[in-house]
Ligand binder design. Structure first.
Ligand code: XCC
Length: 661
């Protein structure tokens, strides 16, 4: 048994310890054994050519160190960061490209198992793209929308479509500094070119292209993915679900969808309830088929259908160690290759489903949107057939928590004024009055190098105590969900009095689960809507808002952090800086970006300091906007508001389709 805690999540920790006592290795053990390379970790290693790798360390290293070609430490560190941004942008955007192609296939009648679910959203997006929609067949509109969105990937000149959704002033800043992305592929390609040996050597210039590339992620790739997924599968609205390992059922086939793409998972939602499939499961001795999720695929189907989640990134091996997972499908991103090996020690079948990603030791059943149901059936049958192979081996956990998820921009607008008066007025007013001190986006991965999910938990509770409303995504949401934080009751028990009052009045939890990591784009459009509503900043920059990714580990997180910084949001990442070796690069990301864009990217390993920095940024923004000074405890005792249960009843009566709430 280990002395030190590896996960802040009780259920996870229990499985980790069970695994240790049974000789199963996980990322937690490997993280302890493998110390990060001290040179690479700080951005001081250059391996872009074969005269190196050059390690820019040593007594007199600092900013004067040079590689064989003469590249300085700031150049090397900036290039390393730009390559991370490019990789993260490519990941989100390639996923988005797949979604846009699926929309096109649906419009052309070539993907018969999918349909356009949210026509209203399709029209909204058509409006952003200047696609005529009135009086036209839905599929024609969808075809034009998909075609226009696809242009954003390969466009050579001009600007990506959605930049105009940002406030004018934000757009002007981008224009002034040459940051308006042309097309996703062009920016990623240019990032790789510029960081190739002997091309761009000015750290500021390199990092400006980093921001341009990141903006292509946020305002094209990720935003396209969010919009198309909403069009195809519905724009999320609040839905009740459950989180943690207790979602697995002893007497049903447990099928887990893990990864990022929602297409296969969406088909599974219906098919696992299909009478033919259920009968098949029963014929094999199971009571039914229980679909669960992991990482961001989980978030996609949780947001739209209330499918339960077993948690985020560091829970994937632990899920297999419950011994209850009959099959786990994995597509792309954040899949640990370790699960294939581990699964062999249990009965779990790991199935890779993307043409882009295979894994030695896994079964490959390729998903194809043109025969989605057929592929899904094959996988479900494989899971069902494997049910009989379950043994008693495993760490069975029963703990689970209720979760309210499904907060889209559209729903947040609706809940603040109904369908015809949808707005952000109440939230802006609550911030102006000081009931809500500010807003924090709590996002990003969970990480085995800290007690996993622990920093998310600490910041979530402390921020809401300080009357800060949280919007969460990705594994940040999973961390909060598996801690039991995504419920309205969280506001009653833990939020500061001002925030609690607002949550009760509107009927929301103090932590709003906005979806998967590509859904960080929802935060961009929410911030833009708040700017348009008036009374706060008239651009994204200058809002009392901060982004935090306390346990980040993926290059995708870096791309996200940078598109928020370029859009005007100060961002604080946990852990040590991947460019720590260069003071100049650190200065550019913090001071220089702040002056130009009102955003910044900090790295701070101490969670108490992250909290203090975030509150300080919020209070500074309030002061600059000449808002009333935030006073803790000022609100909350004035009047009794309608209680949550009563509010939900009224909502339900007014909008029966929201009855799930
Ligand atoms: Fe991956 Fe999206 Fe990080 Fe989680 S938060 S570990 S990137 S799954 Ni995106």
């Amino acid at each position: 048994m280990s002395e030190n805690i590896k996960s802040a999540n009780k259920a996870s920790e229990e499985i980790i310890q069970w695994g240790e006592s049974h000789g199963f290795e996980t990322c937690f053990d490997r993280a302890q054994r493998l110390k990060p390379c001290p040179i690479g970790a700080t951005g001081a290693c250059c391996k872009v050519c074969h005269m190196g790798p050059c390690r820019l360390v040593g007594k007199n290293a600092e900013e004067e160190a040079r590689g064989v070609c003469g590249a300085t430490l700031p150049t090397v560190a900036a290039r390393n960061l730009l390559r991370m941004i490019a990789a993260g942008t490519a990941a989100h955007s390639d996923h988005a490209r797949g979604m846009a192609f699926t929309l096109l296939s649906v419009a052309n009648g070539e993907a018969k198992d999918f349909k356009i679910t949210d026509v209203r959203k399709l029209y909204r997006v058509a409006g952003y793209l200047n696609v005529e929609f009135e009086g036209r067949p839905v599929n024609d509109v969808a075809r034009d929308v998909a075609t226009k969105l696809l242009e954003d990937f390969g466009r050579q000149k001009g600007e990506i479509n959605y930049l105009t959704r940002a406030p004018k002033k934000t757009q002007e800043r981008w224009k002034k500094w040459g940051l308006a992305p042309r097309g996703v592929d062009r920016e990623v390609c240019e990032a790789m070119h510029r960081t190739n040996i002997g091309v761009d050597h000015d750290p500021d210039h390199i990092l400006l292209h980093g921001l341009r590339t990141a903006l292509a992620d946020g305002w094209a790739g990720s935003m396209i993915s969010t919009d198309v997924t909403d069009i195809l599968f519905g724009t999320p609205m609040p839905v009740k679900a459950e989180a943690s390992f207790g979602i697995f059922k002893e007497d049903e086939v447990n099928l887990v969808v893990h990864g990022h793409e929602p297409l296969l998972a969406e088909i599974m939602v219906d098919l696992t309830q299909d009478p033919e499939m259920v009968a098949y499961a029963q014929s094999k001795g199971a009571k039914g088929i229980n679909l669960g999720g992991m990482c961001c695929t989980a978030n996609e189907v949780l947001m739209r259908h209330g499918i339960p989640t077993a948690g985020g990134f560091t829970n994937q091996e632990l899920g297999i160690m419950t011994g209850l997972v009959d099959a786990m499908t994995v597509d792309v991103q954040c899949i640990m290759p370790a699960i294939a090996e581990l699964s062999k020690k249990f009965h779990t079948k790991v199935i890779t489903t993307s043409e882009k990603a295979k894994m030695p030791g896994a079964i490959h059943i390729e998903f194809d949107e043109h025969r989605a149901k057929e592929v899904a059936k094959e996988i479900i049958k494989l899971a069902v057939d494997n049910f009989a192979n379950r043994t008693a081996k495993g760490s069975h956990i029963t703990e689970k928590f209720p979760v309210i998820a499904g907060f889209s921009q559209e729903y947040i607008e609706y809940m603040q004024g109904g369908r015809w008066r949808a707005s952000f007025r109440p939230l802006n007013d609550a911030i102006i009055a000081g009931r809500v001190r500010g807003v924090v986006g709590l996002a990003g991965c969970d990480n085995p190098r800290v007690p996993s999910t622990g920093l998310h938990r600490f910041l979530a509770t402390e921020l809401i105590k300080n009357d800060v409303l949280i919007v969460s995504t990705g594994c940040g949401s999973a961390a909060c969900g598996t801690a039991g934080y995504l419920t309205p009751e969280m506001a009653l028990e833990n939020a500061g009095p001002g925030l609690r009052e607002v949550c009760e009045a509107i009927g929301i939890p103090p932590i709003l689960h906005l979806g998967s990591c590509v859904d960080n784009s929802r935060i961009l459009t929410i911030a833009s809507a708040m700017a348009a509503e008036g009374g706060l900043s008239d651009e994204i920059g200058g809002m009392p808002a901060v982004g935090i990714a306390p346990e980040w580990m993926s290059e995708k997180a870096i791309a996200i952090g940078c598109y928020f910084a370029a859009s005007g949001v100060p961002v604080i990442f946990g852990g040590d800086s991947p460019v720590e070796a260069s003071e100049e690069v650190t200065r550019i990301m913090t001071k220089v970006w702040m002056e130009r864009f009102m955003g910044a990217l900090h790295f701070e390993p101490d969670p108490e300091k992250i909290l203090a920095m975030a509150l300080d940024y919020i209070d500074q923004a309030r002061e600059r906007l000449k808002l009333r000074k935030y006073e803790p405890g000022k609100f909350g005792a004035e009047r009794v508001l309608m209680d949550m249960a009563a509010r939900r009843e009224i909502e339900k009566a007014a909008k029966p389709h929201l009855g799930i709430y």
